[in-house]
Every structure is written in structure tokens, then in C-alpha cells.
Design a protein around this ligand. Structure first.
Ligand SMILES: [Zn+2]
Length: 167
């Protein structure tokens, strides 16, 4: 006569079908009653886990304002600023002098900016953006920033190389 199976949870003999459940990683043989109880618990637990997973994206959205703030301070002037400024100014049909008055900057400075020999400061770029209706600033992407920094470490930027060759 085979040994009767006992439920490993409630201890009562299993008359009908025996069920296998996993309780905290341990596999147990249980009666149908305990199996139903246990699977209900598991569903509850899974639901809780799902809820936690759903709340995780919310946690990352809470970090977003910080990221945005970071981007707001870390702006850089686009590489083709000279072309953008010159094109916009010519499109508007205004002289360098007129533009210099609009942005309250010396004409000689703007001339050098248009020639690509002087990268405008963030502040000047903002004024030029407003005066010309163009985009000159873009957020610094970490990856690009890394590249930029490594170029600076060498003490020479790509722009410098171009300038040297011109001379
Ligand atoms: Zn049981």
C-alpha cells in the first residue's frame, strides 16, 4: 500500500490530486485547498511586483527635471554658427553694423564670429538667436562632451587644426 501523501503546508492527507507549489523558492507538495490559497497569494505577490515595476518609470520621471536643468545650463554654440549667422543676416538684409546694434555687440566682434574665427559666448549667441530668429545653441550631449574634452586634453581642437592649415 503506497504511503499516503500529506500536504506539506497544512499536514492533512491529500485525498485528491497533489499540487506542487513554490513557496519562497522551495517546492512543496500540497493539497488542493492549500494550492488554491497559495496560488492566490502568488497572484497577489505578482500583482504587487507589477505595481512596483509600474511605479519605477515614475521614479525616473522625477529625475527628469534635474536632467532638464542640467541641459539648460550645459548649452553649446553649434559648430556651423558662422554660416547660420551670416545666412540669417543676409536673408534679413541687414548690415553687420545694424546687427551689432541689435545685439549690443561690437561690429568687429560679429565680423570675426561670421568668419568663424570667434565662437560667440552663450550670452551673445542667445542675443543673436533672438535678433536673427535662428538657432545657435544646443544642449551638450554627454557623449559629445566627452569627445570635446578629450580633444581639449590634447591641447588642440579640430577647429584649431583647420585654422592652422588655413595659415
Ligand atoms: Zn494543505
Amino acid at each position: 500500500m503506497p504511503e499516503p501523501l500529506y500536504c506539506e503546508l497544512c499536514g492533512s492527507p491529500i485525498s485528491g490530486r497533489a499540487y506542487k507549489v513554490s513557496v519562497e523558492g522551495v517546492s512543496l507538495t500540497v493539497c488542493e485547498k492549500c494550492y488554491r490559497k497559495q496560488s492566490a497569494k502568488t497572484r497577489e505577490k505578482t500583482a504587487q511586483e507589477e505595481k512596483q515595476q509600474r511605479t519605477q518609470p515614475q521614479a525616473s520621471t522625477q529625475r527628469k527635471p534635474q536632467l532638464k536643468a542640467k541641459y539648460e545650463v550645459e548649452l553649446e554654440v553649434v559648430d556651423d554658427y558662422a554660416k547660420r549667422i551670416k545666412d540669417a543676416r543676409e536673408r534679413l538684409g541687414i548690415t553687420l553694423l545694424s546687427l551689432s546694434q541689435k545685439v549690443m555687440e561690437k561690429e568687429t566682434v560679429l565680423k570675426r564670429v561670421e568668419q568663424g574665427r570667434l565662437r560667440p559666448s552663450i550670452d551673445l549667441a542667445r542675443r543673436l538667436e533672438r535678433a536673427l530668429g535662428i538657432k545657435l545653441l544646443e544642449p551638450v550631449v554627454d557623449e559629445e562632451k566627452g569627445k570635446f574634452e578629450s580633444q581639449e586634453e590634447d591641447g588642440i581642437t579640430l577647429g584649431d587644426v583647420v585654422n592652422i592649415r588655413k595659415k
